[in-house]
Design a protein around this ligand. Structure first.
Ligand SMILES: NC(=O)c1ccc[n+]([C@@H]2O[C@H](COP(=O)([O-])OP(=O)(O)OC[C@H]3O[C@@H](n4cnc5c(N)ncnc54)[C@H](OP(=O)(O)O)[C@@H]3O)[C@@H](O)[C@H]2O)c1
Length: 321
């Protein structure tokens, strides 16, 4: 089979397409013919060596959708021919999805409902599970909440806007002006340019004086901002940053409002099938759509990984082998 591999850590040009043996599924694994493999920032961290070590040579790709070709001896509930999607491979414990075939343990994969597009599902994993974990599990979003999603046009952001809207929360999001109309179409009540000088005032005005839940993917930019726009008892879920030294300039803003901070990694999800089943339901009922900004072939994996870090796109990039 054709697979993307890296022999050494480095920039996007270390990714090459090679002829590799088709993997055999372990006893609790499925062998999939890959339909689509989403591109995520985390794929680049495993590639450049900044995340936990992976054994080389290594095939990247955390997200996958595809058709079951073979099942391991102990697998129950999946048959060859089933359409599935999942996430959580392509790291220290498993080779990834940038390939014609990939294996996935059954505790990281669920069935894809009839009618749901396999390309969208292949790009859904990290973005949707992270948004679900942040807003449903950690922020315990309720229908009357004002929910602020920073960066609503990104992979996680556009999923978070839709998941928050699906539980009838009142969604505020920030984005570049080009994406405002599309985010309103996805369910955001208020869309604000993240570059505006008076952003905090605008958030406070649009949320009756403070937001109840915040999804923050740039903690070094927004940790203090989050405290400043929080309502009393707000929940702030932090998923990322550009530099690892976020800090408060006035922690009293958070303390005086009993703001709860929860930082998280999708890789700590106790059972990935729980949010994946929720995402499958939202996809099937048209409460969630994954916007595919660009599709790539395996040979373009390096370009796709460059683009996910450097280009401005709405939604997700995806490889179709
Ligand atoms: N902890 C976890 O489990 C977890 C899981 C998934 C992702 N993450 C992290 O979360 C971050 C986002 O991931 P992603 O896949 O959504 O990336 P992405 O698709 O590249 O999205 C990033 C978004 O940030 C926006 N942005 C840029 N500058 C901004 C600013 N100053 N204020 C607000 N938004 C701004 C971008 O908008 P423009 O296009 O307008 O620049 C883009 O929409 C990454 O750091 C990733 O590593 C963490």
């Amino acid at each position: 089979m054709r697979a993307v591999q890296l022999e050494t850590h480095g920039g996007p040009d270390v990714l090459e397409v090679v002829d590799a043996d088709r993997p055999d599924p372990g006893s609790d694994e499925l062998l999939l013919e890959v339909a689509a493999a989403g591109i995520n920032p985390v794929d680049t961290y495993f590639r450049d060596g900044s995340y936990e070590p992976v054994s080389l040579p290594f095939t990247p790709g955390v997200d996958v959708s595809g058709t079951v070709v073979e099942t391991g001896d102990a697998v129950e509930g999946f048959e060859p021919g089933d359409r599935v999607f999942g996430t959580g491979i392509g790291n220290a414990t498993a080779q990834g999805s940038y390939a014609e075939y990939a294996t996935i343990p059954t505790d990281r994969v669920v069935h894809l409902p009839d009618g749901v597009d396999a390309t969208q599902a292949g790009a859904a994993g990290v973005a949707t599970v992270t948004a679900w974990r942040a807003l449903i599990d950690h922020a315990a979003l309720d229908p009357a909440d004002y929910c602020l999603v920073h960066g609503g046009s990104g992979g996680v952001g556009h999923a978070a806007v839709q998941i928050a809207a699906a539980v009838s929360a009142r969604v505020l999001t920030t984005a570049s002006p080009d994406y405002h109309d599309a985010l309103a179409d996805l369910g955001a009540e208020t869309v604000l340019d993240y570059g505006r000088e008076d952003l905090a005032d605008a958030v406070l005005e649009a949320s009756d004086g403070g937001v109840d839940a915040i999804l923050d993917h740039r903690l070094d930019d927004y940790l203090q901002f989050d405290a400043d726009v929080a309502a009393t008892g707000a929940r702030v879920v932090g998923i990322g940053e550009n530099s690892p030294d976020p800090g408060f300039t006035n922690d009293g803003a958070a303390r005086s409002k009993d703001v709860n901070y929860q930082f998280m990694s999708m890789f700590n999800t106790p059972d990935l099938r729980v949010p994946l089943r929720g995402v499958a339901h939202l996809l099937e009922t048209d409460n969630l759509s994954i916007e595919i900004a660009e599709t790539y072939g395996l040979e373009e994996a390096g370009e796709a990984q460059r683009a996910v870090m450097e280009d401005s796109v709405f939604g997700k990039l995806v490889i179709e082998p």
